[in-house]
Design a protein around this ligand. Structure first.
Ligand SMILES: NC(=O)c1ccc[n+]([C@@H]2O[C@H](COP(=O)([O-])OP(=O)(O)OC[C@H]3O[C@@H](n4cnc5c(N)ncnc54)[C@H](O)[C@@H]3O)[C@@H](O)[C@H]2O)c1
Length: 307
């Protein structure tokens, strides 16, 4: 995807333009609204104690794929979810389905992120408690990839996270609570053959998530880095031969990524590995870099028809 095609994907009403906000679903009868904070909580003795009841959640790139699965899962857990996507129709459809609010627009640019957080905060009736920086672009190629492709990958895959954190942190630190979820990729721990901009920027996203976690974990800010290999979404479909070789054989469903995140949140675990074997590869990469690089080069040669 090029910078110009992303621009075209911004809704005609422009960056930061939003659809009317539908009413949030009313509380089920087995739950009560706490008069102190307006949060809906299960009544005493209710077995169905949803983990994220009333939590205000924002998910970028949630019109489809992994983001939509995260939005659906948080909504099923009782959260109030702001569904963002560049594709306004897709964001609207998911928001309607889950009783959330649609906040279409660009979740990467500095102004776009600021506008979206402001709009979501108003629509959700308070500050965002869980921010999922999920939108990403699968930019392939090597150093030969055009400047604008590298710039777009940097903007969406890394700076979007930095810009959101810059806005959210002051309130989270004051409150002593906040949760930042970065959809990274196994490419951010390892490296994806055939895709230097994607690999480099996903490493950047992982590094930023680590930095956030180590800097603020004692102040109530929880950070999670989701690092799956192949996931059956539109993005997987554009990964070509490299994707066919290394991602497709073990690809999982977006719902499995959401399951892994919710389990990781319950355990307050930083690294979310929907494909557990990625942890083993990551360990080999750290302990025996040349052996790991040799193995990855074998994959590269296979792609070139040499192995
Ligand atoms: N699918 C995989 O195999 C896979 C594996 C590892 C990591 N990931 C990561 O998961 C995340 C979600 O990917 P997916 O597979 O669901 O892709 P997808 O293409 O199905 O969905 C991505 C969504 O993000 C939206 N988007 C792109 N740029 C945006 C922006 N600037 N602002 C708002 N929305 C924007 C797109 O319109 C699209 O709806 C990405 O960060 C991706 O890198 C995907």
């Amino acid at each position: 995807m090029s910078a110009s095609s992303r621009q075209r994907a911004v809704p005609a009403r422009g960056r930061g333009a939003f659809r009317p906000v539908p009413a949030l679903p009313s509380a089920p009868t087995d739950r009560l609204v706490c008069p102190a904070d307006g949060v809906v909580r299960p009544t005493e003795g209710t077995a169905d104690v949803a983990a994220h009841q009333g939590t205000r959640v924002f998910v970028s790139g949630a019109g489809r794929g992994i983001g939509a699965a995260l939005a659906r899962r948080f909504a099923a857990e009782g959260a109030r979810v702001a569904v963002n996507d560049l594709d306004a129709d897709a964001a609207g459809a998911v928001a309607e389905e889950i009783g959330g609010v649609a906040v279409p627009g660009d979740a990467a640019g500095e102004q776009g992120v600021a506008d979206l957080i402001k709009q979501a905060t108003a629509a959700l009736g308070g500050g965002i408690e869980i921010y999922c920086a999920n939108a990403g672009v699968p930019t392939g190629g090597g150093p030969d990839a055009p400047e604008e492709d590298w710039a777009l990958a940097w903007d969406v895959n890394v700076m979007a996270h930095v810009r959101a954190a810059r806005i959210l942190l002051p309130e989270w630190l004051e409150r002593g609570e906040g949760r930042f979820v970065a959809t990274v990729s196994a490419a951010g721990l390892l490296t994806m053959v055939g895709a230097a901009p994607y690999s480099v920027t996903k490493h950047g996203a992982h590094a930023f998530a680590e930095w956030l976690s180590l800097t603020y974990r004692h102040r109530g800010v929880h950070v999670h880095a989701i690092c799956p290999q192949g996931v059956r979404t539109d993005m997987l479909a554009v990964t070509g031969e490299a994707g066919d070789l290394v991602l497709r054989p073990t690809a999982i469903e977006p719902e499995q990524v959401a399951d892994a995140l919710l389990a990781g949140i319950a355990e307050d675990r930083f690294l979310i590995l929907p494909h557990p074997e990625v942890g083993d590869y990551y360990a080999v990469r750290a302990a025996e870099p040349d052996r790991w690089l040799g193995g990855m080069n074998k994959v590269q040669r296979k792609l070139e028809g040499q192995a």
